[in-house]
Write a protein that binds this ligand. Structure first.
Ligand code: AHG
Ligand code: MN
Ligand code: MN
Ligand code: MN
Length: 319
């Protein structure tokens, strides 16, 4: 069986990027171990602070952020980081070549119910003679050199792309390695499963209302098939299900937000998931454009997300 280091060694991944990926994934194993202890370690519940986006931080949002930040800072290849839980980008090593944006813990509302959560990361090659600034990192998602997530579910899994397809690794706790278990994942173009938070229905645009109405009506409406619905409340879990068995995921913008930006964050949620989906033969769009083409304007920018089975994303966009 191949493990992560075998796969990276046999690919054209530069040594410095290998180092960043190794540090990131090893820290995720530490996060996974902390999550396993749950209440026993006194790490559940609220941290008592808000992040820059006005969300109440959980203790584990802060703990996992600090673990990743400390580990990546110690890696000479890292030029700077951006995180959901950091107000600004944090310059690390001026000589470093890589910028890492991450969501240290995705699905925070699942922590206290012992349900699925994960860590999402997005990596860019970026060099310069001065310490990094935020402007240096406003790079479109199509420039990502690697992206992935670690899912903390019944087993801990790493899902990774370095631009040559998508591989899934399962963490082997006996040998402390990520073992390759699913190679070159492909998302079927058709699906009969969708994911959306229906409680926002009355705030959606007319086009999303009409599209979802037709999914729900299935064969009794305009569609030739019926649809099932799932919602994990952690993007990482919903995207993982789509990579495993297909589907379409939507977090559209809605009228609660006058800026019509959506909820999910471009740089550490939408972009890495969009790269994974495209590498697996799926699609990832906003209401109007390919996510990976967006020129970011801020590190914590939000964006509408419609991703998954290629034909279903296309269908949604016709509304
Ligand atoms: P985070 O926990 O990192 O702030 O992200 C939560 C996001 C995403 O994971 C998920 O798809 C979505 O919020 C869930 O939103 P609802 O609360 O509307 O279900
Ligand atoms: Mn959050
Ligand atoms: Mn998140
Ligand atoms: Mn988060």
């Amino acid at each position: 069986m191949q493990n992560l280091s075998d796969v990276l060694a046999s690919s054209a991944t530069p040594d410095a990027l290998k180092a960043v990926l190794t540090v990131t994934t090893e820290t995720c194993i530490d996060i996974s171990n902390a999550l396993k202890q749950g209440s026993l370690a006194g790490i559940l519940g609220m941290a008592g602070n808000e992040n820059v986006q006005g969300e109440e931080q959980k203790k584990l949002d802060v703990i996992s952020n600090d673990m990743l930040k400390d580990a990546l800072f110690a890696c000479p290849a890292v030029r700077a980081i951006a995180s959901e839980e950091e107000d600004y980008i944090v310059p690390a090593n001026t000589d470093g070549e890589y910028f890492i944006a991450f969501d240290p813990l995705d699905g925070s509302s699942n922590i206290d119910i012992n349900a699925m959560v994960g860590t999402i990361f997005s990596i860019y090659h970026q060099t310069g003679d001065e310490p990094a600034t935020e402007a240096d990192f406003l790079i479109p998602g199509k420039e990502q050199v690697a992206a992935g997530y670690v899912l903390y579910g019944p087993s801990t899994m790493l899902v990774l792309t370095t631009g040559q397809g998508v591989n899934m690794f399962t963490y082997d706790p006996i040998n402390s390695v990520f073992t390759l278990t699913h190679e070159n994942i492909q998302v079927p173009k058709e699906t009969q499963e969708f994911a959306i938070n229906m409680s926002n229905q009355r705030f959606w645009s007319n086009s999303i209302q009409n599209y979802v109405n037709d999914l729900v009506k299935g064969k009794e409406g305009l569609r030739e098939k019926n649809f099932n619905m799932r919602w994990v409340a952690a993007m990482v879990g919903d995207v993982h299900r789509i990579l495993c068995r297909g589907g379409v995921f939507l977090y559209p913008w809605d009228n609660k937000d006058p800026s019509k930006a959506g909820k999910l964050r471009l740089m550490y949620e939408a972009n890495p998931m969009a790269m994974l989906l495209e590498q697996a033969g799926g699609k990832a769009h906003t209401h109007t454009q390919r996510i990976l083409d967006i020129q970011p304007e801020a590190i914590h920018q939000r964006v509408a997300v419609i991703l998954g089975a290629a034909n279903e994303v296309d269908k949604c966009l016709t509304y």
